[in-house]
Ligand binder design. Structure first.
Ligand SMILES: Cc1cc2nc3c(=O)[nH]c(=O)nc-3n(C[C@H](O)[C@H](O)[C@H](O)COP(=O)(O)OP(=O)(O)OC[C@H]3O[C@@H](n4cnc5c(N)ncnc54)[C@H](O)[C@@H]3O)c2cc1C
Length: 502
């Protein structure tokens, strides 16, 4: 062992633990990486949707889609369709697309139309007709362009989280030399300086290391239980704190390349299509509905009131620790925080945390200033993503239950979110505002426009006037032709999935 060879010990073998181990071992083959996983404490086992970042994760590790997707019953995801978040006629649903270069041509026209509508013109301003991924998903296609297609197409995945964990464990141990230890940690031993020295287990084993990565799930064994790092809850603006999940059989016909997020009485239900089943769940606030009623509402929503399929109930700690990197410990995954699953950002943050840590560690090693800077930038990411999620609730256009009315009246908003809302309602230039706030790296202006326009947050229809003032509006028939022409390049989702296995 050379003197600069360090031992990184990852505590936890959930998705976060194995993603962290794979990235560390891939980037640092000269260091020793171990994963300690309890045979007694299970993984959370939900979390089946991703952002486009996950493609970069598999590309970095050199794991081809044909290798991992069939093993994990995975499907492609072009974006998320939101149903029922607005009661405005014509805005019953909208699609939040993942980025494609095709959409760069229509994005300025969409932004222009939404601004014209915000200032009272009766012009087309629903997002779906402007963006290719909405059409890809609506037509049962996969967001997979042919090799000679000249534009980049971003996409994410749906997958079985338990199988992804197994596949990454196999990859880490067989190809990246990661050591897998099955122990339940009962005590975290600190040295005189307050750094973690070792993990002590139920069987009396002692696992020493130089640096520890806490992936122990919501309990946060090192970061929260041992170091007592404060947890900052987001409960004042994200009310949901529980979920109930259950699978349903796949339907005949297309497998959708979209996640569906349908607003229910007290939260929303996810629908995630895999190749062998559909994953469903209801994310709700226990302040407004109890777990039995939430389960009944989910079953009714799925048409499974009489089904014997069991439901799983989960609690969620929504918020984040004050600092993820403390001393010789980095918290990753649910131990560092969780912003409820509405935009499926948790694994995205896992990846960003580990990659950001690797860069920071390589640049400055284990210095106080390196950790401080890293934590600041990670917290900005957390809070930036949180603001976008909060906007879904604060801007909701429903009035049927106390839950939705309370969300719409919630005044606990960040300054950034207030600025965005003011710009939107006052007819301001939202692109410019998002640029000035420097938050486009969390959610782009296109995403913000889709959310706000998708809910139909415009002046009431009867107040709109015909647009006769010569504004350079887009010809919507041209846009339809453009999008449907592009669409012809994309294969059916079923065919693309079959192709992976052949
Ligand atoms: C309702 C819900 C829906 C979600 N949907 C999405 C989604 O669509 N997309 C997304 O990206 N994310 C989603 N997530 C988040 C996602 O599930 C998690 O981020 C992901 O699974 C990572 O979890 P984890 O590895 O941090 O924790 P866990 O899966 O809880 O793993 C913890 C690990 O730590 C080990 N451990 C704990 N204590 C000890 C101990 N004392 N000794 C030894 N080992 C120990 C356990 O054995 C286990 O291996 C969702 C979460 C919830 C709650």
């Amino acid at each position: 062992m050379t003197s600069d060879r360090k031992h990184f010990v990852v505590l936890g073998g959930g998705t976060a633990g194995w993603m962290a181990a794979c990235l560390l071992a891939h980037h640092w083959p000269h260091h020793r990486i171990s994963v300690v996983e309890s045979p007694d404490i299970g993984i959370i086992g939900v979390g089946e949707g991703s952002t486009p970042q996950l493609k970069a994760f598999f590309d970095t590790l050199g794991i081809a889609e044909a290798e991992w997707m069939p093993k994990c019953n995975a499907t492609y995801k072009a974006g998320i369709r939101f149903f029922g978040w607005s009661e405005r006629p014509g805005f019953e649903s909208y699609f939040h697309p993942f980025h494609t270069q095709i959409d760069l041509f229509t994005e300025p026209q969409f932004a222009f139309h939404t601004r014209a509508r915000r200032t009272g013109r009766n012009v087309w301003a629903h997002p779906d007709r402007f963006f290719l991924p909405a059409s890809i998903a609506a037509n049962g296609r996969a967001p997979l362009a042919p090799p000679n297609f000249p534009f980049a197409i971003g996409y994410g995945y749906h997958f079985d989280a338990v199988l992804v964990g197994k596949m990454l464990r196999e990859h880490a141990t067989s190809r990246l030399n990661v050591q897998h230890l099955e122990y339940t940690v009962t005590h975290v031993q600190l040295d005189n300086a307050g750094n973690v020295e070792s993990l002590q287990t139920k069987d009396g084993a002692v696992i020493s290391g130089d640096f520890f990565v806490d992936c122990s799930g919501f309990r946060g064994t090192i970061i929260q239980e041992t170091f007592g790092e404060p947890f900052l809850p987001f409960a004042e603006n994200l009310f949901n704190n529980a979920a109930v999940a259950m699978p349903s059989p796949n339907e005949e016909g297309d497998i959708l390349s979209e996640t569906r997020a349908t607003a229910l009485s007290t939260g929303w239900a996810w629908r995630i299509p895999l190749t062998n089943r559909v994953g469903n769940g209801y994310v709700y606030s226990s302040r407004y509905i109890d777990k039995d009623d939430a389960e009944t509402e989910l079953r009714a929503h799925l048409g499974m009131l009489d089904s014997e399929v069991e439901a799983r109930h989960l609690k969620m700690n929504v918020g984040r620790v004050q600092r993820s990197w403390v001393r010789n410990c980095l918290a990753v995954g649910l131990s560092q925080g969780f912003i409820e699953p509405l935009e499926a950002t948790a694994l995205h943050i896992v990846q960003a945390t580990v990659e950001g840590f690797i860069r920071a560690y390589e640049n400055g090693g284990e210095t106080e200033s390196g950790a401080t800077q890293f934590n600041r930038s990670l917290n900005e990411r957390y809070d930036g993503i949180r603001d976008y999620i909060v906007a879904h609730y604060r801007m909701n256009q429903r009035s049927d239950t106390e839950y939705w009315r309370d969300n719409a009246l919630n005044g606990n908003l960040s300054d950034n979110l207030k600025t965005i809302m003011t710009a939107w309602y006052s007819g301001g230039d939202l692109n410019e505002v998002i640029q000035n706030l420097n938050i486009a790296q969390f959610y782009t202006s296109l995403s913000w426009h889709c959310l706000l326009a998708g809910y139909g947050t415009f002046p009431l229809d009867e107040k709109l006037v015909a647009s006769t003032d010569g504004l350079p509006l887009a010809d919507m028939d041209d846009i339809d032709r453009y999008i449907s022409g592009c669409l012809q390049n994309f294969p059916s989702h079923r065919a693309a999935l079959k192709n992976l296995s052949s």
